[in-house]
Write a protein that binds this ligand. Structure first.
Ligand code: ADP
Ligand code: MG
Length: 321
């Protein structure tokens, strides 16, 4: 973009620049200069949101700013890392002041909430696309990977699952009350990354992942990385009233494959479950046991009443715009 357009953008991002002491040089030069804590590993991750694929045209900019950062913080949470720095590559059809103000408000509020500093990025003209790269810190050996699970480990999920998938499937529809729909949309548009829970799980969880593609798809990633299968007790899934109503009608796909939940799914050795529950109670973190990792490969779904099935309801791609 031209200089004046870029100046405009820089003006909007001035508030997100923060003042972490480990940032020697932030936005403005050819590179940022950053000082990681001695002995720490850097946890880095990047995610792109593309208009028409991850969000629909005309999506509200405050929510987009929030979500673009939230999905990246969720990856750090899933590793148990401490969020620190973020970079933002924006491709915009035009430098729209109102859009930028909204985007920065959503992005900045979440960044401030986690003490994360925007240290650089890139701005180009083109179809709307948002790429965010985050960096966090983690002690060597302290990261929660997908691969440490063992058969017999108990399986847990945070918060509740399926709201975002149901909101996406319903679009602006009004099957549920307006209030109910607004709550579902909030879960889709403003996911809360489970950073504090990820921190708490260090040393307790044997494997962890954040749920972006849907519970069963992401459980599949834990299973293949850990060399296990899993059993999921569907009756124990934590779901909101609207998702529970769908499950009762046989529509398990929202809870199992809806995606975009950004909750944490993790396994815990049986001997550590007591410690986990105590730590979660003290920290006010909501977690629910939903099954276990198993010797036999594949995911077995145990329906209420006891019927077992390895058939997974349709995944999230089905619901995409
Ligand atoms: P260069 O041409 O050297 O890559 P740019 O003009 O792209 O420099 O960027 C100038 C400075 O502004 C850099 O420090 C860059 O990191 C920062 N920057 C550019 N776009 C953004 C953005 N969308 N968010 C945050 N920082 C940005
Ligand atoms: Mg550049």
């Amino acid at each position: 973009m031209g200089i004046s357009e870029f100046e405009l953008i820089r003006e909007y991002f001035a508030d997100v620049t923060g003042s972490r002491t480990d940032v020697s040089l932030g936005i403005g030069d050819d590179c940022a200069l950053l000082q990681p804590p001695a002995g720490s590993l850097l946890a880095v991750s990047v995610d792109t949101l593309v208009e028409g694929r991850h969000f629909s045209a005309g999506a509200e900019p405050v929510s987009l700013g929030h979500k673009a950062l939230a999905v990246n913080l969720s990856d750090l949470a899933a590793m148990g890392a401490e969020p620190a720095w973020v970079m933002l590559a924006l491709t915009l059809p035009a430098p729209d002041a109102a859009w930028l103000q909204g985007f920065v408000r959503g992005f900045g509020a979440l960044a401030a909430g986690y003490g994360v500093q925007l240290v650089g990025g890139d701005t180009t003209r083109g179809p709307l696309s948002i790429t965010v790269q985050v960096t966090g810190f983690i002690e060597p050996g302290g990261a929660l990977t997908r691969g440490g699970g063992k058969a017999g480990d108990r399986l847990f999920v945070s918060g509740c699952v399926g709201d975002a998938g149901l909101a996406l499937a319903q679009g602006g529809g009004s099957i549920h009350s307006d209030h109910g729909m607004a709550r579902l949309r909030e879960r889709l548009d403003r996911p809360q990354p489970r950073v504090a829970l990820g921190r708490l799980l260090r040393g307790l969880a044997s494997a962890a992942i954040d749920i972006s593609d849907g519970l069963t798809a992401d459980l599949g990633h834990i299973c293949s990385a850990s060399g296990t299968g899993a059993r999921v007790d569907l009756e124990s899934l934590p779901v909101s009233a609207p998702v529970r109503a769908e499950c009762a009608r046989g529509h398990w796909q929202y809870a199992l494959a809806g995606g975009d939940d950004y909750e944490l799914l993790f396994s815990v050795p049986p001997g550590r479950v007591g410690d986990l529950l105590l730590a979660c109670r003290d920290a006010g973190e909501r977690v629910q046991e939903i099954g276990c990792l198993a010797e036999d490969s594949g995911i077995v779904l145990v329906y209420p009443g006891g019927r077992e099935s390895e058939e997974i309801p349709d995944g999230f791609d089905h619901f995409r715009p």
